[in-house]
Design a protein around this ligand. Structure first.
Ligand code: NAD
Length: 291
């Protein structure tokens, strides 16, 4: 069992840290929210007052933070991971950030003797709670092998997809498909309701055929009920579509549908829905049709 420092105990990080505690690891957690730290402590983990306290004695350091600025602050900041982790520490960043930042973090970490993996996840809050996340990993083969017990505790499918940063590219591809699927499910709902057909029955039939998807399975009821408690916030998907668009520019490819999805997510945010679940794309699609 390992000594783990876990930073970022939000919607995803809290259940993931809980699974690591349940698997027998010694987990010391830190979050800017003291309530989140208290919750981990109540579940058998240990609370830390700052990043350094969580990292100092750890063999494995994990972050699950919102975006690039928070990862940069926690990793490069004064008394951050880079400054306080012991040489040889395995650092796993589960956050979704830009591939370039992941590569930069890995390079700086390696110079100080750290082993670094980018390991963004898919599966949402439910996937985190049920420990069935899909994990896309960038980094070295031996570090990936060393992280296997961690991935086993929080996930079900995990693959090494390339060097540092590659995990983030696969996550961008994931967010492209997820955002596009939400947009199309939303359009399907608007079409059926506006045509006076039974949208609930319609979605059941869609779910049983080639149009079926995990999004239809998990979100059918909440979307029909216009229940948009996150889950995964529009603000975070907006950040992710920015990563998709910049990754496409770097790779010199055109993603016309991705660009449209990015605009729909931007519209959701502009309409004040940033803190709602990303299934609230339905609100934008409805507004476009005056509904
Ligand atoms: P969240 O906002 O619920 O959690 C982030 C946590 O980080 C919060 O508790 C916040 O207080 C903490 N935090 C922020 N800055 C900090 C700092 N400087 N030091 C310490 N703690 C800090 O977000 P989330 O939904 O858990 O998402 C986390 C990451 O996982 C994001 O990159 C997101 O894109 C990705 N993700 C989320 C989901 C989902 O369904 N929610 C699914 C897959 C991937």
């Amino acid at each position: 069992m390992s000594t783990i420092g876990f930073i970022g105990l939000g919607i995803m990080g809290a259940p993931m840290a809980g699974h690591l505690v349940a698997a027998g690891h010694h987990v010391t957690g830190y979050d800017v929210s003291s309530a989140a730290v208290g919750k981990l402590a109540a579940e058998g983990g240990q609370g830390a007052a700052n990043v350094a306290e969580a990292v100092r004695d750890a063999e494995i350091v994990i972050t699950m933070l919102p975006a690039d600025p928070q990862v940069e602050e926690v990793f490069f900041g004064e008394d951050g991971v880079l400054a306080t982790a012991k040489p040889g520490t395995l650092y796993i960043d589960f956050s979704t950030i830009t591939p370039g930042t992941s590569a930069r973090v890995a390079e700086a970490g390696r110079e100080r003797g750290l082993r670094v993996l980018d390991a963004p996840v898919s599966g949402g809050q439910k996937g985190a709670e049920d420990a069935i996340l899909s994990i896309m990993v960038g980094g070295a083969e031996e570090d990936f092998a060393a992280a296997a017990p961690i991935f086993e505790a929080v996930g079900r499918t995990y693959r090494l997809v390339g060097p540092n940063g590659a995990g983030q590219v696969v996550k961008a591809a994931n967010q492209l498909v997820v955002g596009g699927t939400y947009a199309l499910v939303a359009e399907a709902i608007v079409l059926m309701e506006a045509s006076g057909v039974d949208a609930a029955a319609g979605l059941d039939v869609l779910a049983g055929g080639l149009a079926g998807s995990r999004i239809l399975e998990l979100k059918r009821d909440s979307m029909l009920a216009r229940e948009f408690t996150p889950g995964f916030r529009i603000d975070l998907h907006h950040k992710d579509m920015g990563i998709v668009v910049s990754a496409a520019r770097d790779a010199e490819v055109a993603l016309p549908l991705g660009a449209q999805v990015a605009q729909l997510v931007a519209a959701a945010r502009a309409q004040g829905h940033g803190s709602l679940d990303h299934s609230a794309l339905l609100k934008v699609v409805e507004a476009l049709s005056g509904r």
